[in-house]
Structures are given as C-alpha cells and as structure tokens.
Design a protein around this ligand. Structure first.
Ligand code: 3H9
Length: 707
C-alpha cells in the first residue's frame, strides 16, 4: 500500500485516508493507493462498507498540476482516473466520500463516483479546471449534470467557481452535511444506509436530472453567449459547455470519450500552459529568497493613513474590509469630508449592486476614523503615506512619523515614482520604511508592489506581504528604480502606442489590436481613463532623466494643450457620449495626421501584428532589463504585476511568459529590427540577447535562480 493512502477499519467499515500534504493532490500513488484499498475492502468478508476521507486540511484539491506540465512536455505518459472511478462506482460494498476543505477537480470527480457524499459544513466543491485552461478530464462534465442538473453543471464547469457545502447539498451534489467530527458522521451515515438495505446508487446510471432537449438547448445557448462576453479569448469555457452538452446527448461512455478529446485539446494548448504558469507564479511570488526565517510579521491591529484622496480613501477601505480600524488624516476639514464622501459613495454602490449588506457597510465605515491630527498614530502598527508626489512634503511627513510612530511600526509610502531611499533617509529607522504601491482604484485592484529600499529589514518585508494577504491582494516585491516594475515597463509600452498612431495606425486600430490580443483595454483608452494630463506630467518628469535627442511623442501634448484630458473632460484620444462610451473622433485623426506631416513622419499602413509586437515587445525588452538589474526577482513576478495591475490577459501568461511562448529568439530578432528602424528606445536588453543566443527561456532563467 502506498504511504500516501492508508487503510484502517472501524468495525465492519473500512476507512481509506489520503495523506498527500498540503492539499492531497492526486499524485500517481494516490489513485493507485485508493484502487488497492477498494480492492482490499471488497476482498475482506468482514467489511461491508467504505469511507473515503482526506487527512490534513482537505479532501482532494484535484489532479497534481505539476504532473500536467510533464505530460505536455512529453516527459510522462498521461494517466487516466477513469478506471479508478469505475472501480469505486462498481464496488460491491457502498462507498461514501467524506468531504472537508476542498473537493476540487479530480477530487470532486472521485467523490461523484462514490455512492454517497457527506460534507463538513465548511467544505467546498468545484470544477475549477477552466481557470487552468482545461476542463474536467475524469468524467466531471458527465457525472456533475447527473447529480446537480445541467444548468448547475454548466455554471460550475464554465465559471470554475467553488460551491459551498450548503449549496452543494441543495444542488444534490452532496447527500448530507455533517456537524462535528466528519469521520464519525460519515461512518454513522453509511451504517444507516447499510441498515436500510439501500442499493448503492451509481451516478453514471442516473438520468433524472439530464433534462429535455429544448430546455438544454436554451441553457447551452445562453452559456455560450455569456462566455463570449466574460471569457473573451479563452477556449476552455466553450469546451466545458461542449462536454456537458455531450452528457445530455450521448451514452455515458461516449460522453466520457468526448470529454477526453476536449480535455486533451485544452491540455496541450498554449492557454493551459500559460494559466498553469500563472497558478504557480502566484504562489512563488511570496517566496523571497534570502529572508531570515526568524523574521516574523507585525500583528496589524491598528492602521493609519495620511491623505484622504483617491488613493488614501481606497487604502482605508482595504483596512476596513479586513476589519482593521484605521485613522485617516487630512490637512483640512474640507478635504477630509470629500474623502469620506467618496468612501461612503463607493460602499453605497456596492450595497446597491447587492454585494454588501447595509449593516456591513455601516460596520466598515465605523472602522474608519477621520482626523486632522496625528493623535493616535502612536498606536498604529502600520502607517501609509498617500499624499501627492512631492518629495519635500513626503520628507516632512516621514520626519513627523519618525517622531510619533511606535517602535516596529511599518512606515510605508504609496509613492509611484519617488526615490524610497531618500524618503527613508529622513527617519532614524530606514529599516522600517517600505514602499506600498497600490493601483487605482486601490480598493479594487489586486496588485500591490512592495518596494524594498536599501535598508528595508526582513521583518518589514514579511509584514508587507502579510498586509497584502490581509487585504486579499497579491504582493510583489520590487526594487527601488524609477517607476518600479509596473510603471517602468508601462512607459515603454505607452510610448509605442503613441508612436504607432503618429506613424499611421488609427487610434481605434491600436486599441483593437491590443484587445484582440487579450488586453482588458486598449492603451489609448487607458490613457483617456487615467487622464492625458496625468500622462503628460509623468512623461515630462521622465524626460528629465532621458538621454537628449530621443524621439518624443507629439500628439499627446497637443491633446493636453487642447484640454482634451480624456474621459473626465468628455474627450481625449476618443470623444465620449453621456454613458462614457468611446467614439472615434475625426478631429483627433486630423490632428494626428497634421502633426505627423509637420514632423516629417512617413505615414503608412500598420498591421495589427506589428501593433501588438511593438507594444508587447517593448514590455518584454524593458522587463528583461529590470530582471537583470535585479529590480524584480523573477520573470514570473513581472508577469504577476502585469496580470493584476495592467489588464494583461491571464491566458497569455504575462509578458515574460509570452516571450517564451513566441520564442525568445523571435522576440529578440524583432527587437533588433525595431532598434535598427526606430533607434535608441529599442536598445535590446542584454539578457534578452543572451537568452536568444543560448536558446534560453525566461522560465528556465527563473528556475535556475531558485535552484
Ligand atoms: C484537475 O483536477 C483535472 C481533473 O479533471 C483530472 C483530470 C485527469 N496540484 O493555494 P495554496 C500546491 S485539475 C499541485 O497556497 P490555499 C500549491 O502550489 C486541478 N499543487 O493553498 C502550494 O504549493 P507551495 C483542479 C497544488 O490553502 C500548496 O499546494 N484543482 C495543487 O490558499 C498550497 O496551495 C485546482 O485547480 C494541485 N492541484 O488554497 C485546485 N493545489 O506551498 C488548485 C495546490 O509549494 N488549488 N497546490 O507553493 C487551489 O485552488 C488551492 O490551492 C486550494 C488551497 C484552494 C486547494
């Protein structure tokens, strides 16, 4: 028997326990161990029923995702769970799956092949495969509609969202909820069934919930329509619908074969590889090599924020949402009132959408204490400065904080561009100073750049990561360079969009090429949303540090001069109707053409492919520089920044993963062409060159660094 699966008995019942920490993923020895245990129980005349349960914190979180990588790379044969599932379902002795934690993916598929399912109240079940770019591959799309009905099965397989135990009970996925000890409850449940002489039901033989053709057709059509909007560019959600449809039209075995075909198409796709990369990159990002294991995060019981503007207000909401009391300081009553009014309006909108109760809103608001003084700051465990980007002002604030904050408190700046070390140097405790770069709207965006200064201590870093977790954000450690990781790359990315329109691409053509590629928004629409005035100021600031004589964008400055600041003024690169819908503007097209002609820029047709290459390869080239200079720890970290802060499509894996997908050499060759054509902005990153010349990848570079 494998070590990962143990076999014990409780009187006349066998208990099969899976012990494959941390999440009981289905590494090969697990299905083997379960199969052997089922056989043993069936061969033992003293046993008349079987409980299958997970040891540790969960039932089974699904297939081992690492194994998929090996299958796709051809390093390993693809196994199938189907024989095990049939063995479970055909077991002469009844089998009950006892669920706690997560029964996800292959875990739920195993549970559905058992005759009964009982669940701890806190358990969750789900088919999250689409989030990895695949679909259930062990009859999940065939058994789930038989238990929960077609509509629920489609919803679960297409969204990948987990379902809580009570909902799973209502849907018919589980048969009973257990209060108290799960194993004892499962044993009692099974004894009752055996005493009643019940015939163990086989899910695959059920048809009562498979619906009729007309109703099902409407369900599938609606699901496909919805997926076109919510899963733009993704293949797996559509494959999941096809597979559930097969359950309604084909006998079980044929349905399983169809599912298998669709599963394999997805598994070997670039989308699945990219999404599995994202899964692991999200978990790697919090692992910081070299930190002292002794470094422990400070407990965050009281927070304080300076500045109640858009950023400060959003950050205060993050604390309130996490149940942490927060002081919110401003310099005038008027600014404070304005800040609180915005926070209240934001919460009220969430209540209106039905995503928050009125009482919860009041509780959260009550956690935010507005103030005009520093009183109470001495009790704060974390203080975040979120005033506008002015070094002198920030230095004054940090001097004040140094006098007031208690020892060990985290002193953070939300600067997006200023030198953190200079800010830290005004204090007597630079080890406690860190950058926390939130993205707007700070209460919504998942990304948090954690900026490590020269003197930032390990304790401060682990505390910042703990804070990110508390706020349900993904923290990424970055170095203290201009623009840090995200914006430093964004400058290059946006610049290419500006240049492309001047060279002949229509504004809407640039945006469409990028959204077709998978970006959440086109870059020029982003510029209009963020504010052309903001972009111009940032560029003017950047230009001070750039070598003279480089080509600079021209049209954005002209839009600024015309007062076309973007959405907020109703016009920017686009004009906007009363619903803030972007409409292409002939005036802008004329302005671009005139500006380009005056500057002697040769205008030409530009393909969507070139638009994507110019914008995305600019990101990759800068990302490679950042990596080699050590301002990001891993290429995967850069991907996480772009996926969570800049609307890069997850199924592309992020810019650095995308470079590997296209082939680093191909990217490098194109960068060299752009360099020859467009000059110094395109100086190839030495790391990109090296990887291209040695057949390397960013993924391998990451791996070599962590080994
Ligand atoms: C599938 O089942 C296909 C089937 O149809 C069968 C076809 C044949 N594999 O997230 P955490 C690791 S597809 C390998 O931090 P949490 C994870 O990397 C699968 N490793 O914990 C991390 O490692 P490390 C469908 C996995 O408590 C550690 O476990 N299932 C897997 O916040 C802890 O993870 C899914 O997609 C895995 N399946 O959340 C479920 N899962 O410590 C994916 C986790 O070295 N998993 N690890 O960084 C999850 O959603 C969450 O991990 C879970 C726990 C909710 C379970």
């Amino acid at each position: 028997m494998s070590d990962l699966v143990t076999y014990t008995s409780d009187g006349e019942l066998a208990v099969i326990t899976i012990n494959n920490p941390p999440v009981n993923a289905l590494s090969p020895a697990v299905p083997e161990g379960i199969a052997a245990s089922i056989e043993r129980a069936n061969a033992d005349p003293s046993i008349n029923g079987i409980v299958l349960i997970g040891g540790g914190r969960t039932f089974i979180a699904g297939a081992d995702i690492k194994e998929f990588g090996k299958v796709v790379a051809g390093e390993k044969e693809e196994g199938s769970l189907l024989p095990l599932l049939l063995a479970l379902e055909d077991s002469a002795k009844p089998v009950v799956a006892a669920l706690h934690g997560s029964a996800f993916g292959g875990g739920l598929e195993i549970a559905m092949a058992c005759h009964y399912r009982v669940a701890d109240k806190g358990a969750q079940v789900g088919q999250p495969e689409v989030k990895l770019g695949i679909i259930p591959g062990a009859a999940g799309t065939q058994r789930l509609p038989r238990l929960a009905g077609v509509e629920k099965a489609v919803e679960m397989c297409v969204s990948g969202a987990p379902v809580k135990a009570a909902e799973a009970l209502a849907a018919g996925i589980v048969d009973q909820l257990i209060t108290g000890d799960l194993l004892a409850g499962a044993l009692a449940f099974l004894r009752e069934k055996i005493a009643a002489g019940a015939t163990p039901p086989k899910t695959r033989e059920r048809h009562d919930k498979l619906g009729d053709e007309a109703t099902n057709a409407a369900i599938f059509a609606a699901a496909r329509e919805k997926a076109k909007k919510t899963a733009r560019g993704l293949h797996a959600p559509f494959a999941a619908i096809d597979a559930v449809e097969a359950a309604t039209k084909l006998p079980f075995d044929e349905g399983c074969q169809r599912e298998r075909e669709l599963f394999r198409q997805c598994l070997f796709s670039d989308q699945a590889k990219a999404l599995m990369h994202v899964f692991f990159a999200e978990r790697e990002v919090a692992k910081i090599p070299g930190l002292s294991p002794e470094a422990k995060p400070v407990a965050i019981q009281q927070a304080a924020i300076i500045g109640a503007g858009t950023m400060g207000g959003g950050i205060a909401m993050n604390f309130a949402n996490a149940g942490v009391p927060v002081l919110l300081k401003e310099t005038t009553q008027e600014a404070l009132d304005r800040g609180l009014a915005t926070i209240t309006k934001n919460y009220a909108n969430t209540v209106k959408k039905g995503r928050l109760g009125e009482e919860a809103m009041q509780q959260r608001l009550a956690l935010i204490t507005p103030t005009l003084s520093y009183d109470g700051f001495e009790n704060a465990d974390v203080i975040i400065e979120a005033v506008f980007e002015n070094m002198a002002l920030k230095k004054d604030i940090f001097t004040e904080l140094d006098n007031r904050a208690k020892a060990g408190a985290l002193l953070a700046s939300n600067t997006s561009s200023l030198n953190l070390d200079e800010i830290a140097a005004t204090t007597s405790r630079p080890a406690s100073v860190i950058g926390l770069h939130f993205f707007s709207p700070a209460n919504v965006m998942r990304l948090l750049e954690i900026v490590r200064g020269k003197a930032t201590s390990d304790e401060t870093i682990v505390s910042a990561f703990a804070l990110a977790k508390l706020m349900k954000k993904v923290g990424v450690l970055v170095g203290n360079c201009h623009g840090f990781v995200g914006n430093r790359m964004f400058f290059q990315y946006m610049r290419e969009a500006y240049f492309l329109v001047e060279e002949g691409a229509a504004v809407e053509a640039v945006d469409k090429a990028l959204t077709n590629f998978g970006m959440a928004m086109g870059l020029l629409a982003v510029d209009d949303m963020a504010g052309i005035d903001v972009g111009v100021k940032v560029r003017q600031e950047n230009a001070k540090n750039e070598p003279a004589g480089r080509r600079q964008p021209l049209v954005a400055d002209k839009l600024y001069a015309l007062g076309r600041y973007g959405q907020k003024t109703g016009a920017g690169w686009y004009k906007y109707d009363e619903n803030r819908r972007a409409i292409p503007d002939a005036e802008v097209a004329a302005l671009i053409e005139q500006t380009a002609t005056e500057a002697g820029i040769q205008r030409r047709e530009i393909s969507a492919e070139e638009i994507v290459e110019r914008c995305v390869y600019a990101l990759i080239n800068e990302g490679a520089k950042i990596l080699e200079e050590g301002f990001a720890l891993r290429a995967g970290d850069i991907d996480i920044v772009y996926l969570n802060g800049y609307g890069f499509a997850a199924w592309r894996g992020g810019p650095m993963w995308y470079a590997d997908t296209v082939g680093v050499k191909n990217v490098y060759d194109r960068v060299c062409e752009f360099h020859a054509e467009h000059g110094a902005w395109w100086e190839p990153a030495p790391l990109l060159k090296r990887l291209a010349e040695t057949g390397g990848t960013f993924a391998a570079w990451d791996k070599a660094k962590t080994e």
